[in-house]
Design a protein around this ligand. Sequence first.
Ligand SMILES: Cc1ncc(COP(=O)(O)O)c(C=O)c1O
Length: 395
Amino acid sequence: MSGDTDEAHIMNISRRASEISPFYVMELLEKARLMEADGHSVIHMEVGEPGFETPGAIKQEALRALNDGKTFYTHSLGIPELREAVSRHYRDRFRLDVSPARVIITNGSSGAFILLFAALLERGRTLAIADPGYPCYRNIALLTDCTVRRLPVSPDSNYEVLPDQLRGPPAIDALVVANPSNPTGTIYRAGALQALHEQLSARGGVLVVDEIYSGLVYDAPFASSISISEDIVVVSGFSKAFAMTGWRLGWMVVPPGLVRPIQKLAQNLFIAPPSISQYAALAAFDDADGLARMCGLYRERRDFLVPRLRGLGFDVPVKPDGAFYIYAGIERFGMDSMLFVERALAEARVAITPGYDFGSFRAASHVRFSYADRLENLVEGCDRLERWLQGREGS
Ligand SMILES: Cc1ncc(COP(=O)(O)O)c(C=O)c1O
C-alpha cells in the first residue's frame, strides 16, 4: 500500500493507474505470504480461491492438448468445441437453449468484464454496482471514464439491489450484479432479477449478471438469468466451480448484437483466450460427481463457520446460500475493519478481508470470511480468533 504516490512521482503514471484502489485482499495475501516465508503459520480466510486442485480429467485434457501441439492462437471468440460445450451445459443444467454463437470464451471472467465494459461504457455513461459488491467491476469500468454509481444493499433486502434504486437521474446504462454474490454469498430471490431487468430495459439499460459462483449453490433454488431475456448479459467462468483459477478462462453469453463488437475488441485486446486452457476445459462439464463432491465440502464448511462466527460475536444476519463467503458485522468489537484485519493477521495469524474491499457502505463495520480452505484450517482459524478476541477483552 505504501509507495504508490512515490511511483506516480518518479514515472509519468496516468491518473487512473495511480488512483485505482488496491485489491486489499491481494495485498493481505501478499503480506500473509511474507509472514509464512518468515516461518509463521497463517490461516487463510481472505482469499476467494478454491482450496482444491483442478480435477484430474481437466489436467489430462491439457496434457493431451500439449502433446497434440495446440499451442497456437485460437479463434478470438474461443474454440467452437468449447462454445458448444458451454451451450450444452445450459441445456443440461438449466434446460435453456443458448446458441453457441452467443457464447464468447474469455481470458477469465475478468477478461469478459474488460471486453463488455469497453463495448458498453464510455465517458457520460453510468454503470451501477451493488455496495458491498465485487470491487473489480468498478475498477475495470473506470478505465472507460464512465461514471460508477454504488447502490447500497443491506440484509433487509437479502443484499439485493432493488428496482427503486435504479431510478435516475442519471439514467443507468448498465447494472452489474453477482448471483450468487461476492462478498455476501446470497442468491437473488425468484423474480428479483426479472424486476431489475424490467426497470432497466424500460430506459435502455443493460443488465449484466455475474454467475461465476453458480456452480457453488447449496440450499437455495438457482436459475440462470439467461432464462429472463435474450438481452441480458451473463458472465461466468471456470475459476471457481471447476477450481481453475490459474488457467484464466471464463465465458459470457451476450445478446446477438453484441457479438461482433466484442469480437473486434477481443481480437485487439487479447487476440484469443489461452489455447491449452480451452482444450482442457472441454472436460470440465463432464464431471458432475466431482462438482457435487466439492459442493458438499463447501456446504459442510459453511455449516460449520456460520454458527461458529456467530458464537464468536460476529453478526451474520443472512445465511449465505452460495459461493464460499460470509459477510460478517464486527460492530461488537469496536474496531474499524481495516484495523481489525491488520491486527487479526499480526496478532492471531488469521487473514480476513476488510469490508473496504467491497465498497464504502458500512465497510468500516464488516469483514469477509472465505471458506474456500479446508475445514481443519477453518477450525484452527476460529480457535485462533477466539483466543485473540478473548485476550483483547481481558486486556
Ligand atoms: C464475483 C466475481 N466475479 C469475477 C471474478 C474473477 O474471476 P476470474 O478468475 O474468472 O477472472 C471473481 C474472482 O474472485 C469474483 O469473485
